[in-house]
Design a binder for this molecule. Structure first.
Ligand SMILES: Nc1nc2c(ncn2[C@@H]2O[C@H](COP(=O)(O)OP(=O)(O)OP(=O)(O)O)[C@@H](O)[C@H]2O)c(=O)[nH]1
Ligand SMILES: [Mg+2]
Length: 302
């Protein structure tokens, strides 16, 4: 099968050990349009990719996210396959990602790595981190996606251009998943294989630092989608602190000691916490009304 209207997009940073084979594999699957967006690799990534017949573009800024956002503006094909350049995904599985897109059943398909990954593909820390992040995502957005951080995806050019993307680093997959939900896109997940990284190529991801960044991105982006979750967490934190100091105040009062400053503090903590919940409710209302307006506008424009 020939995929002449599909662009395979590969972000790379020092992936000379794997990029050549990956491009060969995609070519033999019938993909002719391959775009490598490179983050100024210090190894031979660009030379190898060009020799294999890929179009290579240097990213202008830093980070995987910046590279991808830049590339989305350059692509002309109506369909896109996005894949990491570290040789952890199989080219022949692209067809199962593309199928729902080409049939018009989905706007965005995510390759779910968490069902049939090879042993050693995830470190224990990465697996736990991935599961926690997906749970947090589920809680904040109510969307049952199992693998929001996957680096193997297929989508239409139109749908990716509709998303408002600003994250420059490894938070980009999170932002894409959130935006897909905000824009009401049809997202599907397809199980895919996930192989261990080649010994020659080093990871660019720091599980703790990037994991925390991704977690905080999920939380901060929830402000517009699920404000009750966003403000509720802050509110709960203050109310719990208030209950904590309050218990102490009451216990002391029963023993005949009155703690006035601590009583004031308790009241302030609880009032502030409750106020956060009221903020959450008001924001929820604004978000629902806004969604209704958008829906009406969309229906009118159809
Ligand atoms: N252009 C560009 N590509 C990058 C940058 N950082 C990482 N990449 C590429 O993005 C892809 C994913 O990066 P990885 O380091 O494999 O991150 P990961 O797959 O989330 O983590 P691992 O489980 O360690 O493989 C790889 O193809 C990298 O070469 C960057 O700053 N610029
Ligand atoms: Mg990887």
């Amino acid at each position: 099968m020939k995929y002449t209207n599909v662009c395979v997009l590969i972000p790379t940073l020092n992936e000379a050990a794997t990029i050549g084979q990956l491009i060969k594999d995609f070519k033999s699957e019938g993909f002719t349009d391959i775009l490598v967006i490179d983050g100024n690799s210090r190894d031979k990534t660009r030379e190898v990719a060009e020799a294999e017949g890929a179009k290579v573009v240097l990213q202008t800024g830093k980070g995987k996210g910046q590279a991808m956002i830049q590339a989305f503006k350059l692509i002309e094909s109506p369909y896109v396959v996005l894949v990491d350049g570290d040789g952890t995904y199989l080219a022949w599985e692209a067809s199962s990602l593309l199928e729902p897109i080409l049939e018009g059943r989905a706007d965005h398909v995510v390759g779910n790595r968490l069902e049939k990954y090879s042993s050693g593909a995830f470190t224990r820390l990465n697996l736990v981190g991935n599961r926690m992040i997906n749970m947090l995502f589920d809680l904040a957005y109510g969307a049952h996606l199992r693998d929001i951080l996957s680096g193997y995806r297929a989508f239409t050019l139109e749908s990716i251009r509709e998303l408002e993307l600003n994250k420059t680093g490894f938070e980009i997959e999170t932002e894409i998943s959130v935006e897909c939900i905000l824009k009401n896109q049809r997202v599907l997940e397809v199980p895919i294989s996930y192989l261990p990284r080649s010994e020659k190529g080093a990871t660019k991801l720091n599980p703790i630092k990037d994991g925390l960044r991704i977690g905080s991105t999920i939380y901060r982006l929830a402000k517009v989608h699920n404000p009750m979750f966003y403000f509720g967490i802050i509110g709960s934190f203050f109310i719990l602190a208030g209950i904590f100091t309050g218990t102490f105040v009451v216990a002391q009062w029963l023993q005949g000691i009155t703690r006035i400053p601590l009583t004031v503090l308790t009241a302030l903590l609880i009032i502030f916490g409750l106020q956060m919940f009221i903020f959450g409710m008001l924001s929820d209302l604004i978000v629902s009304l806004h969604r209704q307006t958008i829906r009406l506008l969309q229906e009118k424009n159809k």
